[in-house]
Structure formats: structure tokens, C-alpha cells
Design a binder for this molecule. Sequence first.
Ligand code: ATP
Ligand code: MG
Length: 233
Amino acid sequence: MLELEQVTAGYGETVVLRDVSLSVPDSKVVALLGPNGAGKTTTLRTASGLITPMAGRVVLHGEDVTGMKPYALARRGVCHLPEGHGIFPSLSVKENIVLHSPKGKEKESVEKAGDQFPVLAARLGQQAGSLSGGEQQMLALVRAYLTDPRIVIVDEASLGLSPLLVDQVFEALAQVVARGTSLLLVEQYVTRALELADTVYLMNRGQIVFSGRASDLRGEDVFERYLGIDVTS
Ligand SMILES: Nc1ncnc2c1ncn2[C@@H]1O[C@H](COP(=O)(O)OP(=O)(O)OP(=O)(O)O)[C@@H](O)[C@H]1O
Ligand SMILES: [Mg+2]
């Protein structure tokens, strides 16, 4: 279980998040939704240790991890797939995969990744930075497979992808979830996020404005009722 408790956080002097509390139970999927600039990415960065809160706590499996570095959280099973993929663009696809492979299992890892994402198997020697956006996202998701984390934090995994690739990304996420990994995701495809999620938090202007069961919400409710945005206009 990962929890943010009454977190205030931002950049330098600028406060972006105010009194944000949310929890991601073991083996559950939590979607964090909201308009551009709401503070979603900032929340994820705080959850994975990239930002240290000005106030409040980050608690992982009962341990206070506030202020811990991202690598310390990664070692405790937190895998953050950032906006913009977080791959190494100057390395090849294969080298990127090997970097996230358990020691001694490099060959197996490359095969496993290739089986899951055939598009990568065909491009092992290609520079990762020259992959298409969708292919780069696939490569990013390989990390969530190979490192077997306890929680995966995903920021806009489907950003800029064609519908077919969006399907593949959600399929990949569903498989990660099926292994019992919990997931905290920010997603622009609200309906898809609601399908996958158990719990939804809506954020606006740096605050949580609603939380509830995903099955109680429809896509249009999210924007109209809770964020005051009319989707019909
Ligand atoms: N490095 C930074 N320095 C200063 N302000 C920042 C920084 N990164 C983000 N912000 C500000 O923090 C606020 C929240 O940004 P954040 O990226 O968390 O929003 P978001 O909900 O992820 O938006 P989007 O849907 O557009 O990705 C915005 O007003 C943004 O301008
Ligand atoms: Mg963002």
C-alpha cells in the first residue's frame, strides 16, 4: 500500500499540491484524473520520491518514506514510468532492456520483452530515441515487466498513441495488474482508465476534489460533475 498523507508540494517556492491525500492499496488500480495543469504529474513525482513534500507524508507499506530518494523507493518496489517514457534515447532498444534486466537473466529478458512487444523484437539494434512515440512507450513498459515491482506509477502511458497502440498499452497494463502489482495511473483516456481502475481520484488546481469507486463513475460524469467542464460543448 502506498499512501500520500496531506501532502503539500511544488517546485521551489511555488506550491502546486495542497493537502493531497490518496492511497493505493495492494493489488488495486487507482486512477488520478483531472484537467491539464491540475497537479497530476506532480502528485506522481511526489509518490515516487522525485519531489520531496513541503508538508505531509509519503508512506509505503507502513514505512514513512518521505524525503527518500527515487532509487531508495525503486529498491522498495516502486516503478515510476514518467511522462515522456523515461527511456535512454541514445542507447539501443536491446541496451535499454538489458539495463532493467535482473542480473544474469539478460538474454531471457530480451526474449521476454520481445514476446510481449513484437514491435520491439524487430528493432533491438535501433537507437531508442529514434523509435516512434508508441514504440518508445512499449519500451518504457518493459521495465514494469522485468523488474517485477510492487507498484507501478504510470503517467499518460497512452499519450500521442494511435488507437491500436492505446489498446496494446492498456493490455500490457492489465497484464501487469493481473500479476498482483498495484497501479497508480494518470490517463487522458478517461473511459479506459475507469475500466481498469478500482478507485478514482479527481484532481483540480492541486487538490483532490472527489474520490470514489470507478464503477460508480462514467466518463462524462468525471468532467461535468466533478471538474465543472462541459464535455458537450
Ligand atoms: N518544474 C516545474 N517548475 C515550476 N512549476 C511547475 C513545474 N512542473 C510543473 N509545474 C506547474 O505545476 C502545475 C501542475 O503541473 P503538473 O505537471 O503536475 O500538471 P498535470 O496535471 O500533470 O498536467 P497535464 O495534464 O498537462 O500533464 C502547473 O501549473 C505547472 O505549470
Ligand atoms: Mg502531467
